[in-house]
Design a protein around this ligand. Structure first.
Ligand SMILES: N[C@@H](CCC(=O)N[C@@H](CS)C(=O)NCC(=O)O)C(=O)O
Length: 233
């Protein structure tokens, strides 16, 4: 059977490098996607210490201008940043995307809902963390605006309300199946837990969905990798 992987059948699959930090909510998205696609064996992880600001140093900025994690580096040196872009790349490696959609309609809806999960939930929580809490500490957080951060926390709570309403109508964030959009909301709720921003109990559909998501082996795999003392890199 012909392999769909983007390398010669006669050689072992090309290794890829992921620069990330094991507890980071954005890196979690890519680690969950890797587990969903059973691609972990093709990845070598390199830790970039967020708490020491390694992601803002020249060596890393050369790989990702934005100075954020994660970054996927291919064996030809190509660097792909942004969780959505990395997930799309990984999902298409085997020619059978399961996370980012097969038809134009699926691709459009999944991309929209994932973007919405970033805008309304995950990125908002990130801004709250960096601006209205000590964030990564004074050596890394060179500019903070607490008022902006608190507004973003309120935005994230409205985002939770929105995703709760979506999940009262359908089993997954983008419709009938698990997709990248679910992973993005999972990233948002991982970040929410880190900053102790609880999902209000009245958002029953969102809470029930998250309970189901935590039962998925890919999510359990991420939790195990992110726990202290675990072999993770
Ligand atoms: N839009 C980026 C955001 C990535 C991001 O913010 N990653 C966090 C790691 S959890 C980060 O690098 N934070 C460090 C900082 O902003 O200083 C993506 O989707 O990959």
């Amino acid at each position: 059977m012909k392999s769909n992987l983007d390398h010669d059948d006669t050689t072992s699959p090309a290794m890829m490098t992921i620069y990330d930090w094991h507890t980071g909510p954005y890196p979690a998205r890519v680690r969950i996607a890797l587990a969903e696609k059973h691609l972990q064996a093709r990845i070598r992880f390199v830790s970039v210490n967020l708490w020491q600001g390694e992601h803002k140093q020249a060596a890393f900025l050369a790989k990702n201008y934005s100075g954020t994690l994660p970054v996927l580096e291919l064996d030809d040196g190509t660097c792909i940043a942004e969780c959505t872009a990395i997930t799309e790349y990984l999902d298409n490696l085997d020619g059978a995307p399961t996370l980012t959609g097969g038809t134009p309609r699926e691709k459009g809806v999944i991309h929209m809902m994932s973007k919405r999960a970033e805008l309304e939930l995950l990125d908002a929580i990130s801004v709250y963390f960096h601006h209205a809490t000590p964030g990564l500490g004074p050596n890394v957080e060179l500019y903070q605006n607490a008022e902006w951060g608190l507004r973003q926390r309120d935005k994230a709570l409205r985002g939770m309300h929105y995703f709760d309403s979506v999940l009262t109508r359908q089993p997954f964030v983008a419709g009938a199946t698990f997709t990248m959009a679910d992973i993005t909301v999972i990233g948002g709720l991982i970040f929410a837990a880190l900053v102790e921003l609880e999902v209000p109990a009245q958002y029953a559909a969102l809470n029930a969905w998250y309970t189901r998501m935590r039962e998925r082996s890919s999510v359990k795999h991420w939790v195990a990798m992110s726990e202290p003392g675990q072999a993770r890199d």
